[in-house]
Design a binder for this molecule. Structure first.
Ligand SMILES: [Zn+2]
Length: 166
């Protein structure tokens, strides 16, 4: 995703602010914060969706009168749709999901026992589900396409993409 869009998210939602850069992490010996290193590993068409998800997460904290303690681990496209991995302060997960080719993904639910955590889990599931209907390139209504890779595209972006293929 474009840097200026990522920065916009970081300005609106402090929990979306990126920390140590890839170079800084490399220097310290290992890369352990994928979100800060690589940002949103998806195209610009999902910006509005991410913005909406973050607004809902922010509202959930306001409702509970809680300071956001969500930590974003990785945001990416996988098998054509959005993955939004996170945990809560003090509950660092070792792994977020098990993927089996052809058998889908088993998600590990982030630990935490406050009501707001349940709400956030619902918001994230909702957002990931929504991404299955939004073109990853331009944000218009799209559908899952398959040309060997699974991807979310509207008719127009799908056509454009195939024009350049032999
Ligand atoms: Zn499109």
């Amino acid at each position: 995703m474009r840097n200026d869009l990522e920065e916009k998210l970081g300005e609106k939602y402090p929990f979306m602010k990126k920390g140590r850069t890839l170079a800084e992490q490399r220097q310290s010996g290992h890369i352990d914060d994928l979100y800060s290193a690589f940002g949103c590993e998806c195209s610009n068409g999902w910006f509005n969706l991410l913005d909406e998800m973050c607004a809902k997460i922010n509202d959930a904290y306001i409702e509970e009168k809680m300071k956001p303690d969500i930590i974003i681990d990785q945001i990416k496209e996988k098998y054509g749709t959005l993955r939004f991995y996170y945990h809560f302060e003090g509950n660092d997960p070792f792994i977020h999901a098990f993927d089996a080719v052809g058998a889908g993904t088993l998600r590990i639910k982030p630990k935490g026992d406050r009501p707001v955590y349940e709400k956030i889990s619902e918001i994230v599931s909702w957002g990931e589900e929504q991404s299955g209907h939004i073109c990853e390139i331009c944000g218009k209504p799209g559908e899952l396409r398959n040309n060997g890779w699974l991807m979310l595209r509207c008719d127009e972006c799908w056509k454009k993409q195939n024009k350049h293929r032999i």
